[in-house]
Design a protein around this ligand. Structure first.
Ligand code: GBH
Length: 444
């Protein structure tokens, strides 16, 4: 066996973090005046969630946040990326702020700061107030305006202490899974008729950037998920399918941020776009959040198929318990692709999510060993270091996730945490990857 080369050094100011999202960890879905979200509604429908569960209790983080911040402090992270639950702030999706909702995030932020951890808030990680979905949700233009009002309320209370605002998490997944395929809340299956959701998410982002800027100097970003395309097959039709998927996954939510308008992606309908919208969406950003899990294999579809591409599992790689292939080089390819594509228009990047699910168990002696997660994180961080060495401006890295949590349509069957959660007792057990990440962060 050869000894692996040591992990390259990262820039001195590099941000080391962990990430979570409100509906996946908080539980307490009716505490403090929180209103219903589309995920409460969706999870209550039979057959939607693999194990029939919901986020009603999750990790009970709403009540245990102090213990969870102590776990972060033990890791030595410099930043924590969490999301604010819109239905806690505006239970009916509009109107004045609910003081109890703001109060929870106020306490969380102060606890983080007391431990020397920078708060990084995502304003929307998919838990739309149900009242807004009842009026059309993201298919309705009005939701974009409501989102900017909500951003204003949160910034008025927390803007003095926030290190970074992230407007949206993965609008691509919200559009495709939520409104295109219907496998996430709100469960609408409009296929390419979901494009208005894409445009209104981006418009909401642009209007929220303006609202956030009015509250001082906090930097502002958006988080997109990207997946470099591996074209399988040699034909022109395969290459065209790869380009169509790339436009949808990697360009639809990014070209407009940098003043390039919409790409020629399947479903794009210019009739939805009003005068001034593209300028609002192109509001300058301080950073781009990048979520990366794996590349996507694409080939030409069968004749008559509903989509202009076919997703094909990538063979020859180890896989996680989600069956996602482990391809660290894909993260290097992605970072250099974004650099090549957007050049001087590209702001500094942060890896706002990267991580993996394995079937982690706590042994009778209280240990939770997850060597596959350590290998995953090690490989991906080396890919980040290689991109930085090649001149790509990456300023930080957030592991998804601090805790095992509610994995959307998969319920509690997929564990992404550095910390194991027993959902009966709520006992947290740091995994061996927790100690590995702590030691990496602590390197001189
Ligand atoms: C993120 O989404 C979310 O932001 C987060 O809430 C979630 O818990 C986390 O990731 C883990 O899922 O089957 O090979 O085609 C990730 C978006 C979209 C990434 C689907 C992987 C499927 C890969 N994901 N994609 S494949």
């Amino acid at each position: 066996m050869t000894t692996p080369a040591p992990m390259p050094a990262f820039p001195p100011a590099f941000t080391w973090g962990v990430a979570t999202a409100s509906y996946q960890i908080e539980g307490a879905t009716s505490a403090g005046g929180r209103g219903p979200s589309i995920w409460d509604t969706f999870a209550a429908q039979p057959g939607r969630i693999a194990d029939g569960s919901s986020g009603e209790v999750a990790c009970d983080h709403y009540h245990r946040y102090a213990e969870d911040v102590a776990l972060m402090a033990g890791l030595g992270v410099s930043a924590y990326r969490f999301s604010v639950a819109w239905p806690r702030i505006q239970p009916a999706g509009a109107g004045p702020a609910n003081p109890d909702g703001l109060g929870f995030y106020d306490r969380l932020v102060d606890t983080l700061l007391a431990h020397g951890i920078d708060p990084v808030a995502t304003l929307y990680h998919w838990d739309l107030p149900q009242a807004l979905e009842d009026r059309g949700g993201w298919l309705d233009r009005d939701t974009a305006e409501r989102f900017a009002e909500y951003a204003d309320l949160v910034a008025a209370r927390l803007g003095d202490r926030m290190k970074l605002w992230i407007t949206l998490n993965e609008p691509f997944v919200q559009m495709t899974f939520g409104y295109g395929l219907g496998v996430h809340a709100p469960g609408r299956a409009e296929l390419f008729g979901a494009f208005p959701a894409a445009h209104h998410l981006l418009l909401g982002h642009g209007l929220a950037v303006a609202a956030l800027r009015a509250h001082g100097r906090t930097p502002v970003a958006i988080t997109n998920n990207y997946s470099p395309v591996r074209v399988l097959g040699e034909g022109d039709a395969d290459r065209a399918a790869g380009a169509a998927y790339d436009a949808l996954q990697n360009r639809l939510f990014t070209d407009p941020l940098f003043g390039r308008g919409y790409p020629d992606a399947p479903g794009v309908d210019p009739a939805v776009v009003r005068d001034g919208d593209l300028a609002a969406i192109a509001a300058p950003l301080d950073a781009l959040g990048v979520n990366y899990y794996n590349p996507t294999g694409i080939r030409a579809p069968e004749a008559g198929a509903p989509l202009p591409f076919e997703l094909v599992p990538l063979a020859g790689y180890p896989t996680t318990s989600f069956d996602w292939p482990v391809v660290p080089d894909g993260l290097y390819d992605l970072l250099t692709l974004l650099q090549d594509r957007y050049g001087a228009d590209l702001p500094p990047m942060l890896i706002t999510e990267n991580g993996c699910a394995y079937d982690d168990e706590v042994s009778p002696d209280g240990r939770c060993d997850d060597p596959d997660r350590i290998a995953y994180l090690d490989g991906h961080l080396r890919a980040v270091a290689r991109a930085i060495a090649d001149g790509v401006d990456v300023r930080g890295y957030f592991v998804w996730s601090l805790l095992d949590n509610f994995e959307w349509a998969e319920g509690y069957t997929k564990r992404f945490g550095l910390v194991h959660v027993d959902y009966d007792s709520q006992v947290r057990t740091p995994k061996s990857s927790y100690a590995w990440y702590r030691d990496l962060i602590a390197r001189p």
